[in-house]
Design a binder for this molecule. Structure first.
Ligand code: NAI
Length: 466
């Protein structure tokens, strides 16, 4: 058993934890990062990065399938799952080393093993039969989350899978039923559909991506349906019968009960914070509804202990976890920084992509704000047409009095990159006029944002040779 002293010990090396560690180090603190698996957390190892790597492979597949349309003659493409998976692993490995390098460069001490808070100023790291005790002034909990389970439909890794297992792509099922039309459900629907599965998506709410602006989420549903992904909303799985060959899934839909014979079911009904066996109860850290309670400074009910990312269960996004990590790090080092969630881009990597920032039209109206809405369709964009990706729209919500942007919602090509202009505009308090009067490069996809802003200003009909 060894003893070492730190200013801050962070449990969990995902985007929240490693960002916090780097910030503590840059503020001059002596910092330890405890991680039981590979650095990078869910985002890098079982989430954002591997899904985007697979999506890129399916995009290439799609482009090759459409090659003729672009005047390129090729033989019909086929998929090598082995190569596709090895590329995914290579990307993960490279980023793992990148994070490790960043930590070493920042002089962050990495401890491999399971961390537990064993005293108000003490974290014990266990690996195999060895234990190390780290003494510290402050602790940051950044332990992330894991896929939620539907009781009675626990994943077996073969017929019933969760998102971690879906990424392993053990095979391509002929028929896949996905429970949950949130971010994970729709992204995997897109991946598996392009790989050749017949996909059925079952969502309990009245639309997929219920948190997104209704118009863009309905737009995505239409496009996915057109691609022959079968989507059932207001629908609930009533039961699953596991057979020899596959599964029989009974679903209650608004049209009555329906039965689906499928090879695999993917459960994507949310994630649960990893907060067990951390010693929280013993130390008095308050937990509510399965999440660690924190204030706007990311501080728990025990003042020298902070919690960030999925463990405190606010908005479960890697970039939010990183931002919370910075806030916790600054405060742990004696600062006074508060989290602000007004400008959080949300990006869904489907085809086309969907991205939002700020308020939806409905949210703005619920808050009693008078709004002006401007829209522009990608169908009129020269760049989008040249790319053969001219489906979707940009929708801008502005305050009718001040003209300030309140929300930007995009369904279309590269929406997840385009949303940054909206995020920055909202952050800076920009108006529709500011966007409309900014010269946007031609031809480019962001022109569509400019035109949505022009529509807010009533300049509809203004002609751009796009
Ligand atoms: P989610 O909370 O986004 O969506 C789950 C969906 O399942 C909800 O729409 C819910 O109404 C539905 N649902 C719940 N129980 C159901 C049932 N029994 N039958 C039918 N539908 C049911 O959770 P998801 O998609 O699992 O993602 C987990 C977290 O990870 C989310 O917070 C998400 O934001 C984040 N994530 C973000 C990504 C991104 O931003 N691109 C990608 C993947 C995950």
């Amino acid at each position: 058993m060894t003893n070492e002293n730190f200013d801050v010990v962070i449990i969990g090396g995902g985007p929240g934890g490693y960002t916090a560690a780097a910030r503590v180090a840059s503020l001059g603190g002596k910092v330890a990062l405890v991680e039981k698996e590979a650095l990078g957390g869910t985002c890098l190892n079982q989430g954002c990065i591997p899904t985007k790597t697979l999506l890129k492979s399916t995009e290439v597949l799609e482009t090759v399938r459409k090659a003729k349309e672009f005047g390129v003659e090729v033989d019909s493409p086929s998929i090598s799952l082995e190569k596709l998976l090895s590329r995914k692993q290579a990307v993960i490995k490279r980023l793992n080393s990148g994070v490790e390098f960043l930590m070493k460069n920042s002089k962050v001490s990495i401890f491999k093993g399971v961390g537990k808070i064993t005293g108000i100023n003490k974290v014990t790291v266990s690996q195999d039969s060895e234990q190390k005790v780290l003494k510290t002034s402050k602790i940051i909990i950044a332990t992330g989350s894991r896929p939620a389970v539907i009781p009675g439909l626990e994943p077996d890794g073969e017929k019933v899978i969760n998102s971690d297992q879906a990424l392993m792509l053990q095979g391509i099922p002929n028929n896949l039923l996905i429970i949950g039309g949130g971010a994970i459900g729709v992204e995997f629907a897109s991946i598996y559909h392009k790989l050749g599965s017949k996909v059925t998506l079952v969502e309990a709410m009245d639309r997929i991506l219920p948190f997104a602006d209704e118009e863009v989420s309905n737009g995505l549903r239409q496009l996915m349906t057109r691609e022959k992904i079968s989507i059932h909303t207001n629908a609930k799985v009533a039961g699953v019968i596991r057979g020899e060959d596959g599964l029989v899934v009974n679903v209650d839909t608004p049209k009555g009960p329906q039965q689906f014979n499928v090879d695999q079911v993917l459960v994507a009904v949310g994630r649960r914070p990893n907060i067990e066996n951390l010693g929280l109860e013993e130390i008095g850290v308050k937990v509510e509804k399965g999440k660690i309670l924190v204030n706007s400074m990311m501080q728990t009910s025990v003042p020298n202990i902070y919690a960030i990312g999925d463990a405190s269960g606010g908005i479960l996004l890697a970039h939010v976890a990183s931002s919370e990590g910075v806030v916790a790090a600054v405060n742990a080092m004696g600062g006074q920084k508060e989290m602000n969630y007004t400008v959080v881009p949300s990006c869904i990597y489907t085809s086309p992509e969907l991205a939002s920032v700020g308020l939806s039209e409905a949210q703005a109206k619920e808050q009693g704000i008078q709004v002006v809405v401007g829209k522009s369709q990608f169908v009129g964009s020269g760049k989008a047409l040249a790319m053969a990706e001219n489906k979707g729209l940009v929708k801008i919500i502005c305050d009718s009095e001040s003209g300030k942007l309140l929300g930007v919602h995009i369904l279309g090509p590269q929406a997840t990159s385009l949303i940054s202009e909206g995020a920055l505009a909202i952050k800076l308090g920009a108006t529709a006029e500011d966007i409309a009067e900014t010269i946007h490069a031609h031809p480019s996809l962001p022109e569509t944002l400019m035109e949505a802003a022009e529509q807010v200003l009533g300049l509809l009909g203004s002609v751009h040779v796009k």
